[in-house]
Design a binder for this molecule. Structure first.
Ligand SMILES: [Zn+2]
Length: 90
């Protein structure tokens, strides 16, 4: 679809799309699960079925949405928690 994108760019873009999906779901029917894009960064095209609350919990935890079928190591894009004041690039 967008072959020129890097894994990191795709992961960020899909994350933004998922944020929109979440907003729509949450405003329409918060109890209804929706299909979010897998943010693994590969062009895997997988969807992850999540309730809006589950998605919000992932975001709050600094996690990305990832299909159980995608095992790519994390990029650390959304996890830059400082350890002892030093940013760690995982
Ligand atoms: Zn994936």
């Amino acid at each position: 679809m967008l072959p020129a994108m890097s894994h990191a760019q795709r992961s960020i873009l899909f994350g933004e799309v998922n944020d929109r999906i979440y907003e729509l779901l949450d405003s329409a029917d918060p109890d209804l699960p929706g299909e979010f894009l897998c943010e693994c960064g590969d062009d895997c095209g997988r969807r992850v079925r999540l309730e809006p609350a589950a998605f919000a919990a992932l975001r709050n935890a600094g996690e990305i949405v990832r299909s159980p079928d995608c095992h790519r190591p994390k990029f650390g894009l959304r996890r830059r928690e400082p350890v002892d004041g030093v940013p760690v690039l995982s």
